[in-house]
Design a protein around this ligand. Structure first.
Ligand SMILES: Nc1nc2c(ncn2[C@@H]2O[C@H](COP(=O)(O)OP(=O)(O)OP(=O)(O)O)[C@@H](O)[C@H]2O)c(=O)[nH]1
Length: 812
């Protein structure tokens, strides 16, 4: 039996619920309210009452008619209106879920009614009130828009529609059994999807949302990421960067640092030590990255990959050095003329700074600049291009100061030496004496049990030249000089100048690889493409292999002797590197290398940059030089030795400075002064000159510097210089030096040195300083004055008076 509620029945019979309840009471059927359900018995009783009264049945009979008439009207007339209603319904569903129940349930009831009693399709009237009903009737056509709206608002609509669908399915199953499978299936499909949602969203929209974070948090436990095995860094890392690399929170790193005694903030840069401390604590390996500076041409020299199978023998590069007039130029010309011009008849001799000769089928490259100026210039700029040095000593003159300098230059550059004993044609030639003297400088002839090759020659007559060349080849062979002609070229500038017609012209010595016309090239801070190449005999060439000197054009600027050159793969990179080098050229050259001074010696020692203190000792007499050298050698300070690279008697010269610059040495002058050129060179090169008058003070000072205990308070500053032009002897007063101030100024309270021919003969104080007859506080450059020196009366015309003060210096 089907059931129907009181209010539904009331409607059916066109009565109020109250009337129906009253009628029921009359029939002794108790109902509590209009929602009470009427069972079969009560229904039939009621039907009897109202049928008798001509209510429900009459309506029922008329209903189908109305319905039949109305139906086409309603479907045909306004489907739109239907749809709007439907939408409104959906809206209602959205807002309250509870509303659905009473709305849907009556539908079921009415549907059931419908199935029982066809005319009760009048309940389609209900449809106008209760949307789902007609919707279920027109499943196929009306489901679609609804599905669309589902998609629009999946959360709410699907849930509501599911209920609708479920109801509808029930309806259709009840009504059509298995016949409406297709429609049922479709709905079931919907149900499946919706069911999923329903299950998840059971507590409601908000409930669902609220539950979200609750369920998320516990399901994703904070498991720290695994530590990396190794991290790398460049220079430093901030705490945040380090944390990221270690896959840890910055706060954790900060905590760790704190425990290790380092207070840090998240953006603070950590130094190498701190980074290592943290990484060690985590057990992570750490490595500092070394980035290659593309613009540093030296890098390309150091990085040269050695491809053994591509290596080939290369000619030795030879420099000729020696004392003035001992025959260097004559020897270079002699070799060149006999070997070059003879072989290349008609060849125009061209001086490009270097040339090549062939001896026994093997090439030798000679640097065409006699003397060690060029040699040291290049070495000072870090370019090592010479494989072998020939020291020319005139057999009739013997070892001279510049011979010794040359030897020391070669030794400092660790280059093998061959001694050419020249002018053997001269009757006064005494080669034994030369050998003897050279032994004292560590060059012992093979005949005497040493390992230095001595070759007697006459450069003028061309005698012994072949032997000399053979010996060069022999020494070169021992040195196993190799290069790879297949790689791109790199090397050094021998000389360069600006030519009016050709622009920048540079002689390059290819040290490795092969240089070709058209190569993009960076030379020092200049760059360009090799436009044209000319060899040492003036011939145009297309390529130049290892140890070949060539003159090139095509650079945008003039490089300097000793500059490096490197060929690049493409012009763009060459330009980039060249331009960036040009920009930093001046700065770089100034701050390139910190020269050693007694002030920074200890610092450089502590940083491991210096293991030896190279010293050049110059003194007034040879005896003092030796004594000083011996005392300096005796200094014993842990971790560093004194290495005397050159000694000599006499004033400090430019050559001493260039040797010091090339060898990162300091110059100690004992009772001697640097000459003008040496002073200028020392300033330009940043070479330190220490001048002293007492041996033990020199030793003390150097020892203190090595121990990092150099008295930092005062430094001597020379404030001026005067030349003694006239001397006047006055009894009781002593000798007055009528002087002219040539440099700076002389003050009354300054210290004074008397220098005669570059040698300090007295150091003391000024007794009186007068302009005409008046005492003067100071006398400036360009003025004359009378000076008397305390406790010294032996001033002579031509002496130099040097004024100095002790100035407090600030140390970094
Ligand atoms: N008798 C003789 N004279 C020579 C010989 N070699 C050079 N001379 C002469 O010595 C003088 C100096 O020779 P140079 O070749 O100019 O000497 P240098 O070493 O180049 O001299 P600087 O360039 O001034 O350093 C010249 O007059 C040469 O002719 C030689 O083997 N025998």
């Amino acid at each position: 039996m089907t059931k129907i509620r009181v209010h539904e029945y009331a409607k059916k019979v066109n009565k109020s619920s109250k009337e129906v309840i009253e009628e029921l009471n009359k029939l002794n059927i108790t109902v509590s309210n209009h929602m009470s359900t009427l069972t079969g018995d009560a229904l039939s009783k009621l039907d009897t009452v109202y049928n008798q009264k001509g209510g429900a049945s009459n309506q029922n009979t008329s209903a189908p008619k109305q319905d039949q008439q109305a139906k086409p009207a309603s479907t045909g007339q306004t489907q739109k209106v239907e749809k709007r209603k439907e939408d409104r319904m959906t809206e209602q569903n959205k807002t309250t879920r509870s509303n659905n129940a009473p709305q849907n349930r009556p539908n079921n009831a009415s549907n059931n009614n419908a199935s029982q009693n066809r005319p009760n399709n009048a309940s389609n009237n209900n449809a106008s009130q209760n949307r789902p009903k007609p919707a279920s009737n027109n499943n196929a056509s009306q489901n679609k828009p609804r599905t669309a709206s589902n998609n629009d608002k999946p959360k709410t609509n699907q849930r509501n529609n599911n209920q609708g669908n479920q109801n509808r399915n029930n309806d259709s199953n009840d009504r059509f059994g298995g016949n409406s499978n297709s429609g049922g299936n479709r709905n079931n499909n919907n149900n499946k999807g919706g069911g999923g949602f329903n299950q998840r969203k059971k507590p409601g929209i908000h409930g669902g949302k609220r539950r979200h974070p609750k369920t998320h948090q516990p399901t994703i436990p904070v498991v720290p990421k695994e530590l990396p095995e190794k991290i790398t860094f460049y220079e430093s890392l901030s705490v945040a960067e380090l944390a990221k690399k270690l896959h840890r929170e910055p706060s954790e790193i900060i905590k760790k640092l704190f425990m290790l005694g380092v207070m840090a903030t998240i953006n603070q840069d950590l130094d190498k030590d701190a980074i290592e401390l943290i990484c060690t604590d985590y057990g992570v390996e750490v490595e500092e990255e070394i980035r290659i500076d593309k613009t540093d041409l030296e890098v390309y020299f150091d990085q040269t990959e050695v491809v053994e199978e591509e290596l080939g023998e290369r000619p030795p590069v030879v420099t000729i050095m020696g004392h003035v007039d001992h025959g260097k130029t004559t020897l270079l010309d002699s070799i060149r003329n006999t070997k070059v011009t003879a072989g290349e008849a008609g060849g125009i001799t061209q001086h490009i700074g270097a040339y090549q000769v062939v001896e026994n089928g093997k090439k030798i490259t000679f640097l065409d600049t006699p003397g060690h100026a060029a040699f040291t210039t290049m070495r000072a700029r870090g370019a090592k291009i010479t494989d072998l040095a020939i020291i020319v000593v005139a057999a009739d003159d013997g070892v001279m100061p510049q011979t010794v300098e040359a030897i020391n230059h070669a030794k400092a550059a660790e280059v093998p030496i061959i001694v050419a004993v020249n002018k053997m044609d001269k009757p006064t030639a005494n080669p034994d004496r030369v050998m003897q003297e050279l032994t004292e400088h560590g060059l012992v002839p093979e005949d005497w049990g040493g390992d230095t090759i001595f070759v007697p020659i006459s450069a003028l007559k061309g005698e012994g030249i072949d032997t000399l060349l053979e010996m060069i080849l022999l020494v070169a062979e021992v040195g196993e000089l190799k290069a790879n002609p297949k790689r791109t070229a790199l090397g050094t500038v021998i000389e360069a100048q600006l030519d009016k017609g050709r622009g920048s012209v540079a002689t390059l010595l290819v040290q490795d690889g092969t240089l070709r016309v058209g190569d993009p090239i960076v030379v020092g801070h200049a760059y360009g493409r090799v436009r044209a190449m000319v060899n040492d005999i003036g011939r145009r060439v297309k390529e130049a292999g290892p140890s070949t000197p060539v003159e090139i054009t095509g650079l945008n600027d003039v490089p300097q002797a000793g500059d490096r050159f490197v060929v690049f793969e493409d012009e763009k990179s060459a330009r980039q590197v060249g331009e960036s080098r040009a920009m930093t050229a001046i700065q770089a050259s100034r701050s390139e290398k910190q020269r050693i001074t007694l002030d920074n010696l200890f610092e450089q020692m502590s940083q491991g940059e210096v293991k030896e203190l190279n010293v050049i000792v110059k003194a007034d007499v040879q005896g003092t030089v030796e004594a000083m050298a011996a005392s300096l050698m005796k200094i014993e300070v842990e971790g560093v030795n004194v290495k005397i690279i050159h000694t000599g008697a006499g004033a400090i010269t430019e050559s001493d400075i260039s040797l010091a610059a090339a060898s990162n040495a300091i110059v100690i002058g004992f009772n001697v002064r640097p000459d003008v050129n040496a002073k200028r060179a020392a300033e330009a090169e940043g070479v330190e000159i220490r001048l002293h008058r007492v041996i033990y003070k020199v030793i003390e000072e150097i020892e203190a510097a090595m121990k990092g205990m150099l008295d930092p308070e005062f430094e001597e500053k020379i404030i001026g210089q005067a030349e003694v032009r006239q001397t006047i002897k006055v009894s009781k007063v002593g000798t007055i030096a009528g002087s002219y101030i040539t440099e700076g100024k002389i003050t009354r309270d300054s210290g004074l040195r008397v220098i005669r021919e570059g040698i300090v003969i007295f150091e003391g104080e000024i007794d009186s300083l007068k302009r005409f007859k008046d005492d003067a506080k100071e006398v400036a450059k360009g003025y004359e004055c009378g000076i008397t020196v305390k406790n010294f009366n032996d001033v002579k015309e031509g002496d130099i008076l040097e004024a100095f003060i002790m100035e407090e210096i600030k140390r970094a």
